[in-house]
Ligand binder design. Structure first.
Ligand code: UT7
Length: 320
């Protein structure tokens, strides 16, 4: 049975930090950030956490879908910034929303996390193991940034997006995913420092590091190829697609992808101007913005695509 997204939700931190405010923290300018990335501001968690935003986004998605907690069979969270190593963010959501019938786990596929989660949910639904899933992409990347490093701290933001996915007559038409671990060094963040009496390796906790140009080149090459492959698999042409909802890393990447697949930039909605890059949260939050703006009608064909650390990438073609 095909899997359809039947409801979306999102949650963003209350605090908004504009580019101008970052000029006081690091040697940067609003002009540099805007012209190189398109980003104007981002939401930064002060009291919110990855879990609290995920729970809020999940509740909104369930309300939008008209689905009760007891109906949810599976909860998957794409995140690289869970509040705890364990239990998982998914188990914490399960507890908060009282989805006692669900199996819950997190996955780490960075900015492709929501796409990877969606594909797992689709596989469970298609094979008849479950009927209804909650897929979440959520991050509090602000806690993983070096706020003295201008090359990274200006790019990212915090937030969560969620989708309820259910077996239906139509929905996800195709999914394409890939990984290239050999190029993983282009975007890294260490876990906690080793702290046992047998190790003295001088390794201290560090923060997100990125070779921006390498990731940029990877994105503009891999994303159009993945989208094209997904469209071929679904048997549709780019002209039939109403919207392409891409990971919100950089407006120049989105423009390059639009050009490569020969589609107008008007078909690529964005929210990076006000949200920055929210890694696994980007795609589901953007999907929720577009859905809540009433821009999607049943039967519309849309494409979702995520890409980032791993390196990882994923694209999906779906009928709304
Ligand atoms: O979510 C995961 C996926 N991530 C991505 O897709 C990110 C992909 N990469 C990018 O979007 C871009 O590479 C960046 C936005 C990260 C950087 O843009 P760029 O045009 O590739 O700039 P660059 O790294 O080549 O740096 C150009 C200059 C450098 O100075 P010099 O060496 O030319 O003197 C940097 O030091 O800009 C400098 N720079 C800054 N200047 C002002 C770097 N960051 C800043 C900054 N403010 N915040």
């Amino acid at each position: 049975m095909p899997a359809r997204i039947i409801g979306t939700g999102s949650a963003l931190p209350e605090k908004v930090v504009a580019n101008q405010e970052l000029e006081m923290l690091v040697d940067t300018t609003d002009e540099w950030i805007k012209s190189r990335t398109g980003i104007e501001k981002r939401h930064i968690a002060v009291t919110e956490t990855t879990t609290s935003m995920s729970v809020e986004a999940a509740r909104r998605a369930m309300k939008d879908a008209g689905v009760g907690a007891e109906e949810i069979d599976l909860i998957i969270v794409g995140t690289v910034s869970g509040d705890l190593c364990f239990p998982s963010t998914a188990c914490q959501i399960q507890s908060a929303i009282q989805a006692s019938n669900a199996t819950a786990f997190d996955i780490n596929a960075a900015c492709a996390g929501f796409l990877f989660g969606l594909s797992i949910a689709e596989a469970y639904i298609k094979s008849g193991i479950i009927t209804t899933a909650l897929v979440v992409g959520a991050e509090t990347l602000s806690k993983m940034m070096d706020w003295k490093d201008r090359s990274t701290c200006v790019l990212f933001g915090d937030g969560a997006g969620a989708a309820v996915v259910k077996g239906s007559d139509a929905g996800i038409m195709s999914m394409v995913q890939g990984s290239d671990g050999a190029r993983g060094g282009a975007l890294t963040c260490h876990n906690r420092a080793v702290n046992n009496p047998y190790v003295n390796n001088g390794f201290e906790t560090d923060y997100t590091k990125m070779n921006g140009q390498e990731v940029y080149k990877f994105a503009v090459k891999t994303v159009p190829a993945a989208i094209t492959k997904a469209m071929d698999k679904a048997g549709i042409s780019a002209d039939q697609v109403k919207y392409f909802l891409l990971h919100q890393a950089n407006i120049r990447i989105i423009e390059a992808v639009a050009k490569k697949i020969g589609q107008s930039i008007e078909k690529f909605p964005t929210n990076l101007q006000e949200c920055g890059n929210i890694s696994a949260g980007s795609v589901p939050i953007l999907l929720d913005f577009v859905n809540k703006e009433g821009k999607l009608e049943r039967g519309d064909i849309i494409v979702l695509a995520g890409f980032g650390a791993g390196l990882t990438w994923g694209a999906a073609v779906l009928s709304w």
